[in-house]
Structure formats: C-alpha cells, structure tokens
Write a protein that binds this ligand. Sequence first.
Ligand code: HEC
Length: 102
Amino acid sequence: MKKTFFGLMVCATLMGACSKSSNSFVPDCSGSTKSFSNDVLPVFQSACVSCHSQYSGYSQISAAKTTIRSKIVDGSMPPGNSLSTAQKNNIVCWIDNGAPNN
Ligand code: HEC
C-alpha cells in the first residue's frame, strides 16, 4: 500500500513517466445493457474494495460515479491500470447509461 502510493507520487512528479496513466479510454457500449449487480459490482469487489471499502454498494458507487468514471477513463484507478477492457466497459457504459440500480 505504501509502495503503491509512492509509485503514484513518482508518476505524478515525473509527468509522462507513466504513459499508461495518461491514456484516455474510449468505451465500447455497443453490447448489451450493463447490469449493476451482474457487471459492475463484481468489478468493484475484485478491484476497488480492498482500498475503498466505501465502494461496496449501490448508493456509494452511484453517488461517486462522476469521479469514478474519470479515474477509470484516465487509467489512474485502480493503481497500475489493471482493469481489462471488458471491466472498464462495464463500469463506464453503466455510468453513461445513467447508473441504474439494475
Ligand atoms: C491499491 C489501493 C487502491 C485500489 C485497488 C483502488 N484505489 Fe482508488 N485510490 C487509492 C488511493 C491511495 C487514492 C487517493 C490518492 C489518489 O487520488 O491518487 C485513491 C483515489 C481514488 C479516487 C479519487 C477520489 C477519492 O476518493 O480520493 C477514486 C474515484 C478512486 N480512487 C476510485 C477507484 C476505483 C473505481 C477503483 C477500482 C476500479 C480503485 N479506486 C482502486 C487507492 C486505491
């Protein structure tokens, strides 16, 4: 955790040393409508809750959707940009669809 945070600080300081973080993800929302309980919550549980215990339910996640979307699109969350394209699409397309509790 401390190491990860230090890594983020180094990235921020050197600007561009972490090219992954400056990528802007363009979602492909052409597939089926994303479901909060089937497509979105499992990603948060596997990739976010270990550090952000508040992202464990609909009300907290939907309330923070704008910030969450920007962190995923710019690749800065989770640290290391470790989400797959499918996982990013699930979250970003669900938010772009109005973040329904479906
Ligand atoms: C290894 C720990 C870790 C994981 C995993 C992680 N985060 Fe974070 N996150 C942090 C830290 C530390 C900060 C504050 C420092 C910063 O902004 O870089 C942060 C900041 C944020 C912020 C900015 C608002 C705030 O609360 O400060 C958002 C939004 C966010 N994370 C979303 C996510 C999402 C969504 C995921 C999963 C896809 C995720 N994070 C996974 C550690 C983590």
